[in-house]
Design a protein around this ligand. Sequence first.
Ligand SMILES: NC(=O)c1ccc[n+]([C@@H]2O[C@H](COP(=O)([O-])OP(=O)(O)OC[C@H]3O[C@@H](n4cnc5c(N)ncnc54)[C@H](O)[C@@H]3O)[C@@H](O)[C@H]2O)c1
Length: 376
Amino acid sequence: MKVGVPTEIKADEYRVALTPSGVRELMDAGHEVYIQRGAGEGSAIADEDYEAQGAFVVPDADTVFDEATLIVKVKEPQEIEVGRLKAHHTLFTYLHLAPDPQLTRGLVDSGATCIAYETVEDRHGRLPLLAPMSEVAGKIATQAGAFMLEKPLGGRGILLGGVPGVAAANVMVIGGGVVGMNAAFIAIGMEADVFVYDRSLDRLRELDVIFGGRCSTCFASTLEIESRLSEADLVIGAVLVHGARAPHVISREQLELMKDGAVLVDVSIDQGGCFETSRPTTHAEPTFAVDGITHYCVTNMPGAVPITSTYALTNATMPYVVALATRGVHDAIAADPGLRSGLNVAAGQVTYEPVSEATGLSYVEPETALAEVAAA
Ligand SMILES: NC(=O)c1ccc[n+]([C@@H]2O[C@H](COP(=O)([O-])OP(=O)(O)OC[C@H]3O[C@@H](n4cnc5c(N)ncnc54)[C@H](O)[C@@H]3O)[C@@H](O)[C@H]2O)c1
């Protein structure tokens, strides 16, 4: 198969979807790889490094889409990229469609087969292609939050870990999955007082063992969250209901309970945001204030540390890219039920139920849609 990798064009996105190791794996399996010139630059990977493994470096994104059948990306396609997608393409990337009916409609209209990294599951029902970026985003969340608490940046002016004789800051992490656990690890390392909230008692039990008493674990009822807001300096939102729009865990009215200059970091913003007052921001302008509370809502947080993120992401995606290129979508999905969960759009229809429910677009079974692709 011909595999294509365009340069990422989302604002401040420096990751790339394939490293030279990935090119090597694909070449060894008998495929051709087309990389847009400069695609790896942001991650310190030169065109020559790709060429040394046998990739064709091509001048622009149009050539990548013209030559390749399997398009591998990092972030959801921007409008101009949606326009390049044709029915014969398979797109493998993060999509986050539930909060984005316009993008969903664009992909449906393209007729392309679209597999979302964030809904691919492993055999335990976990999210192997979301996890590495959640590890990165969780760690950044605490770093960014600590920075935004500084007075010159509009924060309360409190040091996360305090100093001898002065109390540490209070950090709430809502959602104790991969993001939440990593955010809490860094907050604990910075010596803050940390409280992790989740609705899954099993997950809270796991965290209790993992953290060995170095933070408190709390059930995420509305009242429990509300009653701690007045003490919180930094709140990190990290909830996820697989594939669906994020539930709101802090309402606009509840902001009144918080201290002036406190910071909210909404990592769940890529699924629509888990604070009612959140809206997507970029690395160039990461924050805004509502009622005196700083909101940090960057949708591609790992994009800021591409030298870590590109390798963390591609270590996880590469086996799937090789499987899709070697077996084709239909057989690869038949062989791996977890990859079936990744199929969001095919043959002009939505094939993932939470996206259908969130966007109002009708749902068809993945097998039905793939049979239509095969017949076309
Ligand atoms: N902004 C970014 O750059 C970026 C990067 C990576 C991940 N993310 C996003 O971060 C979010 C979290 O990802 P993850 O990998 O940690 O997911 P995860 O599935 O590992 O964890 C989510 C946790 O949220 C809990 N949860 C669900 N509903 C809840 C509620 N109402 N209250 C409290 N807890 C609740 C679940 O029990 C689970 O433990 C996702 O939306 C993901 O897309 C964003």
